[in-house]
Design a protein around this ligand. Structure first.
Ligand code: UDP
Length: 273
């Protein structure tokens, strides 16, 4: 894309205001991996809150449509299962995950207030755990951790007893959902869940990665980080209805195969240097 004459890449921190002439804004700014967003929690909150205000201001001035990458973390450790958009969530406001969870919740508030107060055309997607090729091997989230550990023959780190669940969405399905969301009628703001409802325990995920990589890595157990949600599964009824019949197409085994292939090539390239 860098060689394309009509493509421009600008490095900018959304915490600072930004001016450009635009028609559509996808606001994905913010680290999403727990070790990364907890590394500098104050900056994480600033990124979500000041970032949302700056991008909403830009959308207001340019009359652009703006899409917010929100998160299943707005549901916290959910007491309603699967999670529907109408559920208000169970979030700890003072824990180690709060900088991310509350930052993203405040951003949703700002989006709806700019919409109600200034008529800004907004779109909110609540993204459930997403993975795929081109993740950073040091990302720290579970899918890339397990794959990298399996490929290197290192121990697979299970946090807690591994009975907690997540529902994993392949990146291409998310991109498709976001593009379709941007194209919906102006009167549909969301929030809308995007994710794959197939739910797995972390032990099941580890077994799947071991099987697909043929690795002989051992499972080791590490303490469960505080406020780690016990279960998570999106209800995608609203997405199916509003996003033109959108459905996740890539199931876990296929998505893991593609991601393993990516990391296999990446790690082989590194070790031969
Ligand atoms: N997890 C794990 N081992 C790891 C990384 C994560 O068992 O090496 C667990 C983590 O405790 C959580 C789940 O996997 O229960 C998903 O964690 P991740 O950081 O990918 O995302 P989260 O959904 O918690 O934001």
């Amino acid at each position: 894309m860098l060689d394309h004459p009509r493509f421009e890449l600008i490095r900018h921190d959304v915490v600072e205001p930004y001016h450009a002439e635009v028609d559509e804004i996808y606001n994905l700014a913010c680290p999403a991996s727990p070790p990364h967003y907890q590394y500098n929690p104050i900056k994480t909150m600033k990124t979500s809150v000041y970032g949302a205000m700056n991008m909403l201001g830009l959308a207001k001035r340019t009359r652009a449509k703006i899409l917010q990458a929100s998160t299943s973390e707005v549901y916290g450790d959910p007491l309603v299962h699967p999670q529907v958009e109408s559920y208000w969530g169970n979030v700890n406001p003072i824990g180690i995950r709060s900088c991310y969870d509350e930052g993203k919740r405040a951003a949703e508030t700002l989006f709806l207030d700019y919409h109600r107060q200034n008529g800004v055309r907004i779109k909110i997607v609540r993204i459930f755990n997403t993975y795929g090729p081109r993740m950073n091997p040091e990302d720290g989230r579970v899918v890339s951790n397990f794959i990298v550990q399996a490929l290197r023959g290192e121990d697979i780190t299970i946090y807690g007893d591994g009975a907690q669940t997540r529902s994993f969405q392949y990146v291409d399905d998310l991109v498709e959902a976001m593009v379709r969301m941007m194209a919906t009628d102006d009167n549909f703001t969301g929030p809308v869940n995007t994710g794959n409802p197939n739910e797995f325990t972390m032990l099941e995920l580890a077994q799947a990665v071991l099987k697909l990589t043929g690795s002989r890595s051992k499972l080791v157990y590490r303490p469960l980080p505080s406020d780690d949600p016990k279960q998570r599964q999106p209800d995608i009824g609203l997405a199916r209805e509003k996003l033109n019949g959108w459905m996740p197409k890539i199931q876990l085994e296929e998505g893991l195969k593609r991601t393993i292939e990516y990391f296999d090539t990446l790690l082989a390239g590194r070790s031969s240097k």
